[in-house]
Design a binder for this molecule. Structure first.
Ligand SMILES: [Zn+2]
Length: 236
């Protein structure tokens, strides 16, 4: 049993140091993640806008063609008006002219709508590009700051993580899951040292006999109040 206790204490030492390293990084990893996501979103939005602008350009060309063809037809029909010999032909031609005119009006109105849409998309692309640039500057700064924060502890952190991986397989699975459970909810502590005869986590005053047993460090003892494993830190 002494072995299990010593292992938990050693695991806690590793985790406490890892916790300190995380604290050094502060909110920088989260910031880098958020800013990168922001930039990605803006880029995706711009890609969609640019695709739509290309579509619009083609659609505008189609409308312009309809207008051009219609104008040619109109001119031709108007000339023909002078050449018709019967009322029936004349009426038929007028009907054709009305038809072409309405086609042109429709094409002009859709061309105008498309151009308005295009202008607004182009503006939003430009706006997003400016945002990408300014967010990018903050992102680069945060990345740089994070790198500096990491530089000092990077090797140590990698070593600790590797050590932890190898270490935890030697610990009883139930014990480890209990440890992890407490670590999550007790500010990073899966096992806690007693302090002035009380549980270091919930401050419950332990019976004197229990304090003596914990100080012996020869078996696993849980706090009767909160259930966390206790140990005695003789360096305190
Ligand atoms: Zn407790």
């Amino acid at each position: 049993m002494k072995k299990s206790l010593e292992k938990l204490i050693e695991l806690q030492e590793i985790d406490t140091r890892l916790y300190e390293i995380e604290e050094l990084k502060g909110d920088l990893p989260e910031k880098v993640k958020t800013l990168s996501a922001q930039i990605e979103n803006l880029k995706t939005e711009n890609e969609a806008s640019i695709t739509r602008i290309d579509e619009i350009t083609k659609e505008v060309r189609v409308s312009a063609q309809v207008i051009e063809d219609g104008s040619v037809k109109l001119a031709k029909y108007k000339e023909q008006l002078y050449l018709v010999t019967s009322n029936k032909e004349y009426d038929a031609l007028l009907k054709e002219i009305d038809q072409v005119k309405s086609e042109i009006t429709e094409a002009e109105s859709s061309k105008m709508k498309l151009e308005i849409e295009k202008t607004s998309l182009e503006e939003s692309v430009k706006e997003n590009e400016l945002k990408i640039e300014s967010v990018g500057t903050v992102l680069e700064k945060s990345k740089h700051d994070l790198q500096i924060a990491l530089a000092e502890t990077e090797t140590e952190e990698a070593e600790l993580r590797e050590k932890r991986e190898k270490f935890i397989v030697q610990i009883d699975a139930n014990l480890l899951s209990e440890y992890d459970k407490f670590k999550k909810v007790r500010g990073g502590y899966g096992i806690i040292s007693i302090s002035r005869g009380a549980c270091g986590s919930c401050y419950y005053s332990l019976p004197p006999q229990m304090v003596i047993e914990v100080k012996r460090r020869d078996k696993l003892i849980k706090c009767p109040s909160c259930g966390i494993h206790l140990f005695y830190d003789d360096t305190e």
